[in-house]
Design a protein around this ligand. Structure first.
Ligand code: SPV
Ligand code: MN
Length: 629
């Protein structure tokens, strides 16, 4: 290691840690670590490799320093993020404080949150200066995607939070050995995090000084005064922002998508990738009983051998725990109630057991939760109810490796072939439950780039407000919107057989506000999509896409759920609601009129959709049954 780096690390690292850094033979890594340590000024530094000993060390540190507390069941721990009130807390991604550092001369889309690089760097580095004092820092190496594959991206994380480092062990593949083999000059993403000053509950005390700054020039993300995973776990949404830029340079796609295998007739498996905004059924789709999960949050898509192929970036789940119960999510519920490594966050704990809203059994009226000692009926300083588990964002962190429904190709270096891409939002009154795009470009524009979702209790503000969220990735976009859409269009262009594109809507209601579908109906939609990908079901050409035939769904409802599917239900669910669809087109066109250089094909595609809707309206009225098309 260069004398200069060794000098800066002197006295902080023990011999073993120093040797691990040295063995990497990568001056860029030593430089990053030396700088992080000089800045954060931790008392000591532990460098970890991929060994079980180092992973066990992190796990026990998290409990020792009180960032996690052991629960009654072996392997279970709980972590709390900061909470003062429903309005002031560290319980979610902080959109306002997350900014791109933009170097002089570079233009980022005006819709992205950004600040000038020089001043942004001094601000965040100022906050990190000495932030690790009195604590140990952990240096971790991980890989995005399977190791030693065309998809792999090496990452180095420096953090003073054992909770963050522990979460990363459950969520990502170890990357030390890969980086060591790559040696000098190997590229990697860098993440520097400090939880900042902690209060008596070991939660970040100065969340008003919370910052997540993304230095796109150096592939480095700085995060400070926060512990919530979405702001701190480098490889999750922080890396996604860097990966979108790398994918843009290299001609592939980094997406906010689940990845799953669907069992088709005759033992075949068809793979799907799906983008849904938070709290819209993404994890529960990927976890559908009887199918094969690969991932629930992040996928990379590349063209390999003339095919679209995808990997799960992660190997674990950081999932929303609310409403996980034995009926709706039996696989996850089993994991959460049995021995094995689970980090619960922001749930209620009583007698060493975790409780959460919607778990399907009684919740005690007293215990300890994210607000401290808790009893039913408590309110926060603003007068809002303190719910037993944090409404909308209490979570669990588990490795995928223990799931019995895990697909066996999680680590395939070439990924799995993608048969279909699905876009799904929360929409009470417009889109049918499932439909297929006419072709790749139609799907990318009319479904992906037109994705909207209604706000839920998981987000601050009024519920039921439609929010534009293209490909459910808007919050993570790090390149201009138009470029991102063009890259998606281009991806499918010269593939002999691009994936089919579908849209789902699990949230359709009738005039009385009652949901038109059962929670498990998605198990039927996915089987229909599987048949479509294989060319084994007919589609009815409607104005917004191809609709399922009643007969096919009737057969599938019986086969998958053992249910009789009435034709009247089909008609109610798949009626084309023309005024609502036209209103949606108005909203989406309005959004894109404000986007610089939006592709012409986007406006053409939306205009063609409008024309089809109006022609049908002219012929058959405002609400048209699928049987009349
Ligand atoms: C999401 O909200 O989309 C998540 C959790 O997957 S977070 O880590 O906050 O991004
Ligand atoms: Mn997500």
């Amino acid at each position: 290691m260069e004398a200069e780096h060794a000098e800066r690390l002197k006295g902080k690292l023990d011999g073993a840690s120093l040797a691990k850094l040295q063995a990497l033979n990568n001056p860029d890594v030593s430089e990053f670590v030396a700088d992080a340590v000089a800045l954060g000024k931790p008392d000591s530094v532990k460098v970890c490799d991929d060994s079980p000993e180092d992973i066990a060390y992190i796990r026990s540190r998290a409990v020792e320093i009180g960032e996690e507390t052991a629960l009654a069941t072996d392997g279970h721990t709980v972590h709390f993020d900061g909470f003062l009130s429903r309005k002031r807390n560290d319980q979610a991604r902080d959109k306002g404080a997350t900014k791109y550092l933009v170097p002089a001369g570079m233009k980022l889309d005006a819709k992205l949150n950004q600040t000038e690089r020089g001043s942004g760097l001094s601000e965040v580095r100022g906050l990190l200066d000495g932030a690790m004092k009195g604590r140990q820092a952990y240096v971790r190496f991980f890989c995005l995607g399977p190791t030693d594959s065309p998809f792999s991206i090496s990452c180095v994380q420096v953090t003073d939070s054992a909770y963050v480092a522990h979460s990363e062990d459950l969520l990502y593949r170890g990357g030390y050995e890969q980086l060591r083999r790559a040696g000098r000059g190997a590229e990697f993403f860098r993440f520097l995090h400090s939880a900042g000053r902690l209060d008596e509950r070991n939660t970040s005390a100065e969340t008003d000084k919370r910052r997540v700054y993304i230095d796109i020039a150096e592939n480095t993300v700085y995060s400070v005064n926060t512990q919530y995973g979405g702001n701190t776990i480098g490889l999750k949404k922080l890396a996604l922002r860097l990966a979108i830029r790398k994918a843009d340079r290299e001609g592939w796609l980094a997406e906010h998508m689940f990845l799953m295998g669907v069992n088709g007739p005759g033992g075949r498996v068809t793979y799907f990738a799906g983008a849904y905004p938070s709290a819209c059924g993404k994890t529960s789709t990927a976890m559908l009983p009887g199918e094969r999960i690969l991932g629930d949050d992040l996928a990379y898509l590349r063209k390999i051998g003339g095919e679209a192929r995808a990997v799960n970036v992660e190997e674990g789940i950081f999932g929303i725990i609310e409403n996980v119960n034995p009926d709706d999510d039996p696989e996850i519920y089993k994991i959460l109630t049995h021995t094995g490594e689970v980090i619960f966050s922001n749930v209620l704990v009583a007698d060493g057991r975790p409780y959460w809203i919607g778990m399907g059994s009684e919740i005690p009226d007293r215990g300890v939760n994210y607000a401290g000692e808790w009893h039913a009926g408590m309110t926060d300083p603003d007068g809002n109810e303190i719910t037993p588990s944090y409404k909308g964002n209490a979570r669990y962190t588990v490795s995928l490796r223990h799931l019995t429904n895990l697909d066996d190709r999680l680590d395939d270096p070439d990924g799995v072939p993608v048969g279909g891409v699905i876009y799904g939002g929360r929409d009470r009154d417009t889109a049918v439950p499932v439909q297929e795009a006419f072709d790749w470009a139609h799907g990318i524009i009319a479904y992906g780039a037109s994705l909207e979702s209604e706000s839920t209790a998981a987000t601050i503000g009024a519920e039921g407000v439609r929010t534009f969220d293209l490909m459910s990735i808007f919050q993570f976009l790090s390149i201009p919107l138009s470029k991102y859409i063009q890259n998606n269009l281009d991806f499918g262009k010269n593939l002999p057989q691009p994936p089919k594109v579908f849209a789902t809507n699990y949230w359709l209601k009738d005039e009385a506000g009652k949901y038109l579908n059962g929670k498990l109906d998605k198990a039927v939609w996915i089987k229909w999509m599987e048949l479509r990908v294989r060319g084994e079901a007919e589609g009815i050409a409607g104005p917004t896409g191809l609709l399922p035939m009643y007969e096919d769904l009737r057969r599938l409802f019986k086969q998958v759920l053992g249910k009789d599917y009435a034709q009247a239900d089909y008609v109610r669910q798949f009626t084309i609601r023309i005024p609502e669809n036209l209103a949606k087109l108005d909203r989406i066109e309005q959004v894109y009129r404000g986007v610089a250089d939006a592709p012409k094909l986007l406006f053409d595609t939306l205009a063609a959709q409008r024309k089809r809707l109006m022609a049908l309206q002219e012929a058959k009225g405002d609400y048209v049954s699928p049987l009349d098309i």
